[in-house]
Design a protein around this ligand. Sequence first.
Ligand SMILES: [Zn+2]
Length: 487
Amino acid sequence: MEAKGPNYSKIRAILNRIPKKTQAIVLVSGVLIFSAVGFGMKVQADQEAVVAQHLIETQGFEVYYNGELFAKVRNTLDIQTTIDEKAMFLEKAEGIAMIPDGEFTYEPTSFEDEDETSPVAIQQAVDSNVEFLAQATQIVVDGIALATVKSETEAQQIIDGIQAPYIAKMSEDGSEIFEVGLVETVSFETSATDPTTIQTVEKVEEFLVKGTNRNETYVVQRGDWFEKIAYDHDMTVVELKAANPEMNYNLIYAGDDVNLIVPDPFLSVATYEKATYEEGIEYGTEYTTSSSYYKDENRVVRSGKEGTKEVVANIKKVNGKAVEVEVLEETVLKEPRAKLIAQGTKEIPQLKGTGVFQYPVQVSSLSSRFGNRVHPITGRPDFHTGVDWPKSKGTPVKAADGGTVTFAGWKSGYGYVVYMDHGGGFETRYAHMSAIYVQKGEKVYKDKSIGAVGNTGNSTGSHLHFEVRKYGVAYNPYNFLDGSAYR
Ligand SMILES: [Zn+2]
């Protein structure tokens, strides 16, 4: 509130401090002095003095509230006291400082006693025309007012509360956290507010941490499990975990509440810690050459092994999740071992048949011979169109001679199988393989790895089933594996 006309109000202020009776004496003596000095001057002076005296005696203020005439008072305190009393009454009721929503201005003027607003009328005017607002505290985050609480003390309590778990962690034994702070810039601003917009400390803290006041929970039913609840609510497991950070996901029971709101906090807590931990060291790859393999082949001759190192690092976490790692020191505890690959150097033979077959694998035993036998799976008499050589899974299967791949893929019974045409009506087949390295139509040299031994199709163990056919008729492969020309 501000009184207009500083000079006039000064006079009033001085007069206000002097008791009424003394005021009169001062005024009268002023008149007497004036009369003495002015004796012999014009009579007009006397009249002017009377008018001036009357003006002083009847001086007061027109009080305006938000520009509207509100009351006429002799003393600004007449209004102020009533306002203060009302504010105090409301403050007791609301528990927060209250101030009038609007401005009182004072125009110095003079008026007769009967025009002065009575104390009762002032009280009524205050009650019916003046709205009071709470002097609340807004929490401003990065320039945006997000919530209103009763006081700065409460606002500070919220900000402290959000950081409290991290500060508690910092003081735990062996904690590596050396600093805790908010990511966002927070300030408090006092503002005149409708008291109904003021929220409790608990509400505001939850709002700032979750990013919303929305609450959505799901009550666990019998037969639910965490992943199913996530799926049923169109959430990922990661999101559902973020919404329920305190929950033990493996131990949920019917009747438990599962929070469905993924937090998107307005306020995030950053922690800085100096941590020491072990970390793996990736292994590299080294290359060598080998005359044992053809130029289009390579082999892993030694597998790689991860190493380990001790790392000392400054880690910045936001809401408990690492966002920045500054490595300060690394000590190798175990060197990694590089993977070694041998690249073949042997000249690639001609991509056509030589006329002489070689064994597709190194044969150490025969588990089923060519011709009539009892089928190992059906138990019925059966004609075996090839030979079965037991071999460990992954052993390379070599082309018996150069030729063209006519089939490479899955066939029922055979499993993964390769057919090769060697010219002159001759065909070889390699069945039950675990991998195939060639494609239909590919021209292949003798001894090329075309696949790997396996146990696919109708097979009771890892072995190679090998066939030699001429114009579609199966012959005993051993007839052609003696090193002599087949054509
Ligand atoms: Zn067989």
